[in-house]
Ligand binder design. Structure first.
Ligand SMILES: Cc1cc2nc3c(=O)[nH]c(=O)nc-3n(C[C@H](O)[C@H](O)[C@H](O)COP(=O)(O)O)c2cc1C
Length: 306
């Protein structure tokens, strides 16, 4: 019942894809997501130079949310490209190359560099909330920055480009429209939302970085509303990401307007087989509700009134 999904001209075996960062950038872990049912994968954001990321502790998980400040640790574009090449030897599912930089020029350089890899889509991580001390506020808060970076990247590559936005921005739909006007082919919504955890016994923040990005179930209703609002404003397709943990969540994302659905923290909550589990749950609900295809329900929440 869930069939292949076409996105920016790329054929995904199913709409459930691994979100950036959760399983790093190693070819073998990305391929593991595909073995477990992912229709495509996103590599952890790659920067020009290798990055060590923040000191530990960088992550804390609870029943309702996951909080991380990994700090964009990655092996850098040259080593990363080798992993992307190896991934294509291990798996056939489409590969999304996520990139991160501090300036529009660097984003364009990275886009050109990653485009010689066998990637199907480029994702611009403009929205990491955890590296503010180094890079200032995320580009994803500013229509002007989103527009400038998107335009420069589009002139540096022929690979379709998705712009990843932040739920911290107050006007995410307007910012998605700025990306679309600058030539973006798609929107990824959303990255983590800023948050923190405090260890009461130690009287101190849990993460070394003090603040981090909230993902997992607590992010879901925020992400859903972001996708819903963006779908009303733009015509380009959306990767709906944020807190999707069950088949019901994934169907809600599609009804809000998503074409692909990103799965990140749910791998911590439900194990590596989460992609297969979510797909089976989606198909169960679709059978009960007489839904034959996902196209039939995409954006359905915009047409209905409770
Ligand atoms: C440990 C961890 C690392 C992440 N690293 C990245 C990253 O490198 N680039 C990026 O764009 N998003 C990164 N994200 C954000 C996810 O791709 C996703 O947008 C977010 O976690 C919300 O989805 P989820 O609730 O399904 O995890 C990371 C998330 C987590 C939990």
């Amino acid at each position: 019942m869930i069939s292949a999904t076409s996105f920016c001209g790329v054929e995904f075996g199913n709409p459930l894809i691994l979100a950036s960062g959760v399983w790093g950038s190693a070819a073998s872990s990305l391929a593991r997501a595909v073995e477990n049912g992912a229709g495509g994968v996103t590599v952890k954001s790659l920067s020009l130079a290798p990055r060590a990321g923040h000191p530990n502790p960088t992550m804390v998980g609870t029943k309702t949310y996951f909080l991380n400040a990994v700090g964009l640790s990655n092996p850098g574009i040259e080593a990363g490209k080798e992993e992307l090449r190896r991934y294509k030897e291990l798996a056939a599912a489409p590969l999304i190359g996520s990139i991160f930089a501090g300036t529009a020029d660097e984003f364009a350089q990275l886009a050109a560099a990653v485009s010689v890899s066998p990637i199907d889509l480029i994702e611009l991580d403009l929205s990491c909330p955890n590296v503010g001390r180094e890079f200032g506020e995320p580009f994803a808060y500013s229509a002007a920055a989103i527009g400038a970076i998107t335009r420069q990247v589009k002139s540096a590559t022929r690979v379709p480009v998705s712009v990843k936005l932040s739920p911290n921005a107050w006007n995410i739909a307007g910012l998605a429209a700025a990306a679309e006007a600058a030539g973006a082919d798609a929107i990824t919504a959303v990255n983590t939302v800023s948050g923190m955890a405090i260890n009461v016994r130690a009287r101190s923040p849990v993460l070394h970085n003090k603040q981090g990005g909230v993902s997992g179930p607590a992010l879901f209703p925020l992400a859903l509303k972001c996708v819903y609002d963006i779908y009303e404003r733009v015509r380009i397709p959306i990767i709906g990401t944020g807190g999707v943990t069950t088949g019901e969540d994934a169907l809600a994302m599609i009804m809000a307007g998503a074409t692909l659905v990103g799965i990140g923290s749910a791998v911590y909550y439900r194990g590596a087989e989460v992609f297969k589990k979510i797909r089976a749950e989606m198909e169960g609900i679709m059978a009960e509700e007489g839904i034959k295809t996902l196209d039939e329900i995409r954006g359905a929440a915009h047409r209905a009134c409770p």
